[in-house]
Design a binder for this molecule. Structure first.
Ligand code: FAD
Length: 821
């Protein structure tokens, strides 16, 4: 059998190798129009950026080596001009000699790939404008960089290759502007996920222009002027076009092979075209979408390689192997971040007419790459989508700093095997602290999904915030409020929530948020179990901040320009500034948000104004947090940046600013009533009533002798032991029997004071007590003292609450005045 293969890179070379392993006797001829076969096209951007140093390492095979290995006749610089299916022939042009000849086949394999789009934009052929698809393209760009040494570049298109080029040109020391027509980069991701990439690209010095179209290119002296849809223009020497691809099938136009409207070859599940002697694969074919089974085109190396094996298997034994569709699983490095996805995103589901709730469910969580206590742990955001009824996984997206690759692969595998979101709970994944957590992020997706299914928690995505009538509840610690707030949010730290539930309104629906959603879940559960309507904001403040950060802004609002990572300098130059005060160093490495900020806040307290704090941290969010925190606390961020994997910041202590905005300073009052003296009780109640009438929340905590103030005047029949009976008899029963702290004169003093109060129109203590209860003053009787002194609840006046020291402390923490009487 003679097999001809067209195309010698991902699909073609893989098919040739497998054919030989299965069919030693077959004659195999491979035509490749370019000068190289089996090269690493996925590595090309990294060679341009200097990350891959050795050009030779991209060239995985030579025709000679391939032939000696696989006994395949490889003809590079040979272009197949035409396919004649009727005659089972191809017409080939030798691009070196110009000679054209025919070759015949028993079976033909087409893997011609795709080619970059070059829309008819005016000036697109001007020098300095490149596309990147193969080794010759790479050589041209590399040569241009070396010879012209451009200072800046414009990358048009924010897909995989556009992003990789933007990053690599930054690595090569250029100023980079990325122009994207859509409102987001990386179309396989949902907008809420892509926002993280926008932010990070900007942090890494890429000027990102979204919803901007290139109108035309003009040559201006030795520069290019890129005219944009908004009217502005960018002057540059280098433009890289990354506008997508289309199948390279023009040469098959008259072959009679079935193609879709975009020129992709139509194949069956065995990768067979409508001609029984012609197979096709790779970027040039239409495949079934694994999720919807609809025809689609997914130009990726993984599918091309797998399809190549299937083609070889079917050439060996026709119909023996089938391709079951592409999920579009892919991954990209965006500077320090990794972004990966599989299956469908929410936008695709909605385009298919599916609705969140009845048709599909969303789980969005933040998790750590590995155990938080082991150094280097970083956050990642996982978004998974499943069918509401069957719980079958429809797709997933992950963005994070570390461990993203293995998580997306697990999700892709579970999806491929028809698994459900609930199955993720049961996966037993490898765990040791440097690699994961005992509950891997994948398990967490399953747990959260299952909680949602059971109605234990309801998550609200940021775009849905406006849809409901929610009252925002910020349960972060006060130090975190300085990183930014959501306007109108009620602020009660999680630690105080249980004791401050009475400040919340049971008629409202609380939308709880913390930094990333984890503590928010705990708070939501507390509220739900106390009968409140509550939901958790998915992704917490971090997600909100990404959303609210205007796309128009060239830098995110929390990051001053001076603190951007400077790649050309090889990182921040910390400590170069002449320091005229004491400098203290703080190592906050290994801590997760809000750990580093809390440590900074603590360390700052010990410094004098003008002193410096030099901080190292590994939490990636610290870079933006420290900018926001310094600005809001009146300290000065001198510089910050990344040195290797550590974030460094130098802060000068400034005029301390109130951490909490004045409007939010709690004006609550707490009074410990320890004394059982009438005058002191009167004083306590006058203060309490005064504060309550000013609208303050007032709590009186009665302990030891103070408990007598709350005793009923009449005798209450309760069981007591001898000691308790003696105690009760010796202590005054209620306010009517209480003495003065001074000048008691055997009981004359109190009568005198009551008369004076009457004469002066001051309420008696009993009236004061009644008034306090009416005004909502909390009268708390100390459980522990009651027990010690043998006082029973029945002996106390109505309206008194029982409580321990925790109840009092919870109130005191939120008060600006705390008296001990
Ligand atoms: P190709 O590998 O492109 O091979 C097609 C070959 O056919 C070409 O060499 C072409 O010259 C030759 N050819 C075409 N027409 C003819 C003809 N008439 N006669 C003779 N020869 C012909 N995918 C990923 O999954 N991950 C990545 O990280 C990734 N990064 C990429 C980065 C870059 C810069 C590029 C360009 C692509 C990247 N891809 C990536 C995509 C991936 O390389 C392709 O999906 C894959 O190579 C497709 O394989 P293929 O065999 O269909 O086409």
């Amino acid at each position: 059998m003679k097999i001809i293969i067209v195309g010698g890179v991902a699909g073609g070379a893989t098919a040739a190798a497998r054919i030989r392993r299965l069919m030693e006797e077959a004659t195999v001829v491979l035509y490749e129009k370019g000068p190289y076969i089996s090269y690493a096209n996925c590595g090309l951007p990294y060679y341009i950026g200097g990350v891959i140093k050795d050009r030779a390492s991209l060239l995985l095979q030579t025709p000679e080596k391939f032939d000696s290995h696989y006994h395949v006749e490889v003809k590079v610089l040979h272009e197949v001009l035409k396919v004649l299916p009727e005659e089972q022939k191809v017409i080939v042009k030798d691009l070196q000699t110009g000679e054209t000849f025919e070759d015949s086949y028993d079976q033909l394999v087409l893997s011609p790939g795709s080619q970059p789009l070059r829309p008819p934009i005016q000036g697109i052929d001007l020098p300095g404008i490149f596309t990147l698809w193969n080794v010759p393209d790479t050589d041209r760009i590399k040569r241009f960089l070396e010879e012209k040494r451009p200072k800046n570049a414009v990358v048009v298109g924010g897909g995989f290759i556009g992003i990789e080029m933007a990053e690599n040109l930054r690595h090569a020391g250029l100023e980079v502007t990325l122009v994207e027509m859509m409102n987001q980069v990386m179309a396989p991701f949902d907008y809420d996920m892509a926002l993280m990439l926008h932010r990070h690209l900007r942090e890494c010095g890429v000027q990102l222009m979204l919803e901007t179209r290139v109108e035309r290119f003009e040559a201006v002296k030795d520069q290019l002027s890129v005219k944009l849809s908004g009217g502005e223009s960018l002057e540059t020497q280098l433009v890289i076009l990354c506008l997508g691809v289309r199948p390279q099938t023009v040469f098959l136009k008259d072959s009679g092979l079935a193609m879709n409207a975009r020129g992709a070859l139509v194949v069956d599940e065995h990768m067979l075209t409508n001609d029984p002697h012609i197979y096709a694969l790779g970027d040039a074919v239409e495949v079934a979408d694994f999720v919807s089974q609809a025809p689609t085109m997914i130009p990726l190396a993984g599918p091309a390689n797998k399809q190549a094996r299937i083609v070889a298997d079917n050439l060996w034994k026709p119909g023996s192997s089938a391709y079951r569709g592409s999920q579009g699983t892919c991954i990209v490095q965006v500077f320090d971040l990794t972004a990966a996805t599989t299956g469908h995103n929410e936008r695709q589901l909605q385009t298919r007419g599916l609705r969140k709730g009845p048709d599909y469910d969303v789980v969005l969580i933040q998790s750590k790459s590995h155990a938080g206590y082991y150094p280097g742990s970083c956050g990642m955001t996982l978004k998974a989508l499943c069918e509401t009824e069957s719980r079958k996984i429809l797709g997933a997206q992950i963005i994070g700093y570390d461990g993203v690759d293995k998580r997306i692969d697990v999700l892709a595998a579970v999806q491929r095997l028809g698994g459900t979101l609930d199955d993720l709970q049961e996966l037993e994944l490898a765990y040791a602290p440097p690699y994961s957590s005992a509950k891997d992020p994948i398990n967490m997706v399953g747990f959260v999904g299952n909680n949602q299914k059971k109605g234990l928690v309801r998550h609200v995505q940021i775009p849905e915030m406006k849809e409901g009538d929610y009252t925002l509840l910020d349960i972060r610690v006060p130090e975190e409020w300085n990183l930014g707030e959501i306007e109108g949010a009620v602020q009660i730290p999680l630690e105080q929530l249980r004791h401050r539930l009475d400040e919340l309104d049971r008629d409202r629906h609380y939308l709880v948020f913390c930094a990333i959603g984890v503590r928010g879940y705990i708070a939501t559960r507390i509220l739900m179990q106390h009968g409140f309507m509550a939901s958790n904001l998915a992704g917490g403040y971090a997600a909100y901040n990404n959303y609210s950060c205007g796309e128009e802004e060239l830098v995110c609002r929390n990051i001053p320009v001076s603190t951007m990572m400077d790649f050309s300098e090889g990182g921040a130059a910390l400590g170069k500034a002449p320091l005229d005060g004491k400098t203290v160093t703080l190592d906050a490495c290994g801590l997760q948000c809000p750990g580093p900020i809390m440590q900074v806040a603590e360390a700052m307290k010990a410094l004098e104004e003008g002193d410096y704090l030099q901080v190292s941290a590994t939490d990636p969010g610290f870079l933006r947090d420290i900018g926001a925190w310094s600005e809001r606390t009146g300290n000065r961020l001198i510089e910050s940046g990344k040195v290797d994997k550590t974030i460094q910041a130098l802060i000068q202590k400034g005029q301390p600013r109130a951490m909490v905005r004045p409007a939010e300073i709690p004006h609550n009052k707490t009074i410990v009533v320890f004394s059982g003296d009438l005058d002191k009780a009167i004083a306590s109640l006058i203060i309490a009533n005064g504060a309550a009438s000013m609208g303050r929340k007032v709590t009186l905590f009665f302990t030891f002798w103070g408990l007598n103030v709350l005793r009923k005047s009449e005798r209450v029949p309760v069981k007591k032991n001898l000691l308790e009976r003696m105690f009760s008899a010796m202590m005054p029963r209620g306010t009517g029997k209480m003495g003065l702290s001074r000048m008691n004169f055997m009981g004359m003093g109190p009568r005198l004071i009551r008369k004076i109060m009457r004469d002066k129109n001051v309420d008696q203590v009993e009236a004061l007590l009644e008034q306090a209860l009416k005004q909502g003053v909390h009268l708390i009787a100390c459980n522990m003292s009651m027990d010690l002194m043998g006082i029973r609840e029945e002996e106390l006046i109505d309206g008194v609450e029982m409580g321990g020291v925790a109840s009092y402390l919870a109130e005191a923490e939120n008060a600006d005045t705390n008296l001990f009487i």
